[in-house]
Design a protein around this ligand. Structure first.
Ligand code: CUA
Length: 332
């Protein structure tokens, strides 16, 4: 009984030392997603259990080898032990309980991170020997680097063109195979701005180790700017339409004739409009340009002066021209 008490105290001491040592080492890179925070918590729990198991096995083994070693002149046989049912039941039931507990925690976590995100940034991720490609279908942008806005969930739809790859950004913690012929979803909510690296975590041939891509987490504003400047289109109408969506114009101006907050853009270009002060204006490039930059200056009759006057600062001359080209394309 004395031996058991001493060994138990040693187990506790070794566990504490092992946990302290493990926690002082940077086992994992910095965490950059909300999903990763939960993954790290699970990782810590498992580390505590592993430290305890290590202590349990190592202490009893070393303690027995030292304390119960054969003394000089002792030629007798050891004690004959048939078994110990209580001990066997205990060391079966407790580990089963621990494993089940972790299974429940992990299942909860898996259900949470695989549930459908609200208002996600959709990115189609394609792996190929040996590169990654990122497509933003909503903005018609294709990019060799992954750029994500801070704090907004991203829905990555991952596939491959040739063999099995695996999408992995260690800082996001999550990993997903890219399988040819299948599309697999992965949800990531970046919570730390910075520059990371997308790696391939599945041996896929000669260039596997070099199958890297930049992953950047930027502010939502920087993300919008990046999307705008990476549109592949050289058509001003396409750029203007995208800009209208990205800049929030479409929340107030419909393209189908429906009256929302501001005048619809359908058939607006070239139209004779009556102003609030009774004068009339033909909607042309000059009037549209003025209305985008100084919306309150000449207000169309029947509408209130609610449009933000910030676009003169946020939109460049080229962007205003693109918007006008789009509005003009909606001429009837
Ligand atoms: Cu792709 Cu390894």
């Amino acid at each position: 009984m004395k031996h058991l008490a001493v060994a138990s105290v040693l187990v506790v001491l070794v566990t504490v030392v092992a946990v302290t040592v493990l926690e002082s080492i940077d086992l994992l890179p910095v965490v950059a997603s909300t999903e990763g925070v939960v993954a790290d918590r699970l990782f810590s729990y498992q580390m505590y259990v592993i430290a305890f198991l290590f202590a349990l096995v190592a202490v009893f083994m070393v303690y027995s080898a030292v304390v119960f070693r054969r003394r000089p002149g002792d030629d007798g046989d050891g004690l004959y032990v048939r078994g110990n049912t209580t001990l066997e039941v205990t060391w079966t039931v407790i580990p089963v309980g621990v494993v089940l507990y972790f299974a429940v925690l992990s299942t909860e976590y898996l259900l949470d991170v695989t549930s459908a995100p609200q208002d996600p940034v959709v990115v189609d991720v394609t792996g190929a020997q040996w590169s990654w490609q990122f497509e933003y279908p909503e903005a018609a942008v294709t990019s060799p680097e992954l750029v994500l806005p801070l704090g907004r969930p991203a829905l990555l739809r991952i596939t491959s063109t040739d063999v099995i790859h695996s999408f992995w950004v260690p800082e996001f913690r999550l990993k997903q195979d890219a399988v040819p012929g299948l599309v697999r979803d992965l949800r990531i909510t970046p919570n730390r701005a910075g520059e990371y690296v997308v790696r391939c975590a599945e041996i896929c041939g000669q260039g596997h180790a070099f199958m890297l891509a930049d992953a950047k987490v930027v502010t939502p504003e920087e993300f919008e700017t990046w999307l705008m400047s990476h549109g592949a289109s050289d058509d001003p109408v396409v750029r203007g339409k995208r800009l209208a969506e990205l800049s929030g114009c479409v929340a107030c101006h419909s393209a189908d004739g429906k009256r929302i907050v501001g005048p619809t853009w359908l058939g607006l270009y070239g139209k004779e409009e009556t102003m609030a002060d009774g004068t009339s204006v033909t909607v042309d490039d000059d009037y549209l340009s003025e209305s985008i930059r100084e919306p309150g200056r000449r207000l169309v009759e029947g509408f209130s002066d609610v449009m933000p006057a910030t676009y003169k600062d946020t939109l460049s001359d080229d962007e205003v021209a693109d918007l006008i080209a789009y509005i003009r394309s909606l001429e009837q």
